[in-house]
Structures are given as structure tokens and as C-alpha cells.
Design a protein around this ligand. Structure first.
Ligand code: GLY
Length: 364
């Protein structure tokens, strides 16, 4: 088992990564001192767990639909019916949707109870389950209500990934791709070939490497004052693409990590537009994304004006357009990016597609 600590003082916890990590659940529950547990999960998550104490189970709706205020109420009411006290524990069993919802319900139930996540998706293991960002969506947008509420432990059981559908693997790989461009756990700049090195590792080591990078960032900036924004590399456009589909009825079907993959290429194109990186570095981004079999182009029919409006609403932004962009000193938040540059970068993305079409003209 690989153990990655998240060093947050008295709220320090460990992320256990490897085959069979779920079997550490009863030990984690014992250390909390809980006498009851409520497991929050979704249909189809066929992973056997034993909390070692009397346990109730709440099954929430499938997919992103579970992340609603109505479900927070339903889950908290189930906690009350189960007699969950402040000293007991919530167990989030599932992917990012479940840990976001269950973690938020744990944060607000009785003003805060402990939770442990048993993460069953690649996306959850490399990102969502770690770092204490919990929350749900509003009709006005994704993740608009939430809390920073750290888990007491995170169990990333790589055995649980064996039945993961192909699109869910793709989604997790999109989130992994960003780590190829972020500083390593010791703050070291990622050199060329970082993605290849990551992918050459056995799966538990890949997951643990991503978790270690995330843990270092979270330990340095839990509340996203600055450094934690790095974890949103590729996410500004990704969130806009997701919002366009979620709220605006855009016709594409992108998993989160697939949207992040497109967002990583876009962030590189924008950074090049702003003179922060050269074309070779943009091509490195495209190569990593394509090498992971992920989309690198804007979806057909994407409306640049709508995407810019949605990107201006990003949580990093402060009444401006803020992006996390690569540059001479590595990836960093960049505020006040001119709208014209963003529109030009979106057009560059489309032009790159046109160049690759047969007969796509001049730009070979
Ligand atoms: N998923 C980005 C973060 O946890 O900060």
C-alpha cells in the first residue's frame, strides 16, 4: 500500500493507494472513534466494504444529478434517521459526485461530522477525493455551493477500477494529464517526458504520484488563495464547456476529464498567444492529450462568445478573465487576460482543426 499524507496540522490525514485499500476502512473508522457509519453511494458501485460498526446505506441518484441541494437535504435526513451523532462517520463510496455530495453533507450535518472516502473512479482517486473541496450544483451553475471539509482518510482502491467503463477511464486520464505540467511533490519543475514517465508507472504508483502532487499543493494553500489554483490547470475552459452543456443545452457529451483535456490544449494556445510559451510547448500539450487518447479540439458548434461569458464566471476570476497558464517559470495564475486574446485563442483552436482537415489550406 502506498501512503500519501496530506499535511494539514491537526487535520492531517492519509491517502492510501493500492489494491485492496478499501479493507483499511474499519481501521480508519476505529481511529475516528465512530460507533455508527452511514455509507453514501450510487447504484452500480459494486465494491464491498466493511466499516466495522453498525452501518446504514443511502443510495443517491446516478450521475451529476446527485449533486443538488435537494440531495443534501435527503442525505442529511437519512443521517438523522440513522442516529448519526457528531462523533460518528459518513463513508463516501463512489467517484467524485459521491465524495462531493457526501463530503458536503458531512460538513453541514450537525455542523460537521467526519467522513472517509472510498474512491472508486480514477478521476476521484487522482483528484476529487483528495483536498476537501466538497459541494453541489445550483440550477445557475456547477459547484456553486460547498465547503472546504477535509476527509479523515481517503482509500484509493485500485482494484475498484477494474470494471470502470472506457469513458470513465478517459475522464480520469484527462485529470491525470494536468499533473504532467504541474510541479512535482517537492516543487520541482516537470521536465520534458513527464507524462511518459507518469504513464510508464504501475497504476497504483500513477495514482499515488498525482495524489502526492495534489497533497503538496493543498498543504500549502488549502483554501485556494493562490497556489491551489494550479490544480485548476485546464479547468477554466473545461468548466465553461461543461456549463454550456449543463445550463445552456449545448449538444456535446463530454466527461469532466475530456473537457479538461481540451482545456489544457486551450490554456497552452492562450499562453502562446500571450507570449508566455512557444509553439513547441503548445505541441507538447497536444501530444500529451492525444497520447492519452483524449480530445484536443473544441466541440463542433462551440460558441466563442458564450464560452468567454462562462469563463468570466469562473471561481478563480475576480470580475475579470483569470486563467492558469504555463510560462517561463512554470504554470501560474494569470489575472486580467484580455478578452480579445481569449477569443483569438479560441479561433486558433478552430484553425488548428482546419489545418488538419484534408485540403485544409495554407497553413500546413
Ligand atoms: N480539483 C481542484 C482542487 O481540488 O483544488
Amino acid at each position: 500500500m502506498i501512503v500519501v499524507p496530506v499535511e494539514l496540522g491537526e487535520r492531517r490525514y492519509e491517502v492510501l493507494v493500492g489494491p485492496g485499500a478499501r479493507r483499511e476502512l474499519s481501521g480508519a473508522v476505529r481511529r475516528i472513534g465512530a460507533r455508527r457509519a452511514v455509507v453514501v453511494t450510487q447504484h452500480g458501485i459494486d465494491v464491498d466494504i466493511d466499516a466495522g460498526v453498525p452501518t446504514d446505506r443511502v443510495v443517491v441518484p446516478d450521475g451529476e444529478g446527485a449533486k443538488s441541494m435537494a440531495q443534501v437535504e435527503a442525505v442529511c435526513r437519512a443521517f438523522v434517521r440513522a442516529g448519526l451523532s457528531r462523533r460518528d462517520v459518513v463513508v463516501a463510496l463512489g467517484g467524485g459526485v459521491v465524495s462531493d455530495l457526501a463530503g458536503f453533507a458531512a460538513a453541514v450535518h450537525l455542523r460537521g461530522v467526519a467522513y472517509v472516502t472510498v474512491s472508486t473512479s480514477l478521476l476521484g482517486q487522482v483528484d476529487a477525493a483528495v483536498g476537501g473541496k466538497t459541494g453541489v450544483n445550483l440550477p445557475e451553475g456547477k459547484n456553486l455551493v460547498g465547503a472546504f471539509w477535509q476527509p479523515a482518510a481517503v482509500l484509493c482502491d485500485t482494484d475498484a477500477l477494474s470494471g470502470l467503463p472506457a469513458r470513465e477511464w478517459a475522464s480520469g486520464r484527462g485529470e491525470m494529464a494536468k499533473y504532467a505540467f504541474l510541479p512535482g511533490p517537492a516543487g520541482d519543475r516537470p521536465g520534458a517526458g513527464a507524462a511518459e514517465r507518469l504513464l510508464a508507472m504501475p497504476l497504483p504508483a500513477q495514482v499515488a504520484h498525482c495524489v502526492a502532487i495534489k497533497a503538496a499543493v493543498v498543504a500549502a494553500d488549502e483554501r485556494e488563495g493562490d497556489r491551489r489554483m494550479l490544480l485548476n490547470y485546464g479547468h477554466t475552459l473545461a468548466h465553461a464547456l461543461e456549463a454550456a452543456a449543463f445550463e445552456g443545452g449545448a449538444g456535446w457529451d463530454l466527461r469532466h476529464g475530456e473537457a479538461v483535456a481540451i482545456g489544457l490544449v486551450f490554456a497552452a494556445v492562450l499562453a502562446a498567444r500571450l507570449g508566455r510559451i512557444d509553439d513547441a510547448r503548445v505541441e507538447e500539450h497536444r501530444a500529451v492529450v492525444r497520447g492519452l487518447d483524449l480530445p484536443a479540439e473544441l466541440p463542433v458548434g462551440a460558441d466563442p462568445a458564450l464560452l468567454v461569458r462562462l469563463m468570466a464566471r469562473d471561481k478563480k476570476a475576480d470580475h475579470d478573465l483569470t486563467f492558469v497558464l504555463d510560462g517561463p517559470d512554470g504554470v501560474a495564475p494569470v489575472r486580467g487576460v484580455p478578452e480579445a486574446a481569449v477569443l483569438a485563442a479560441l479561433a486558433d483552436m478552430d484553425n488548428a482543426v482546419a489545418r488538419r482537415q484534408p485540403g485544409g489550406g495554407d497553413r500546413g
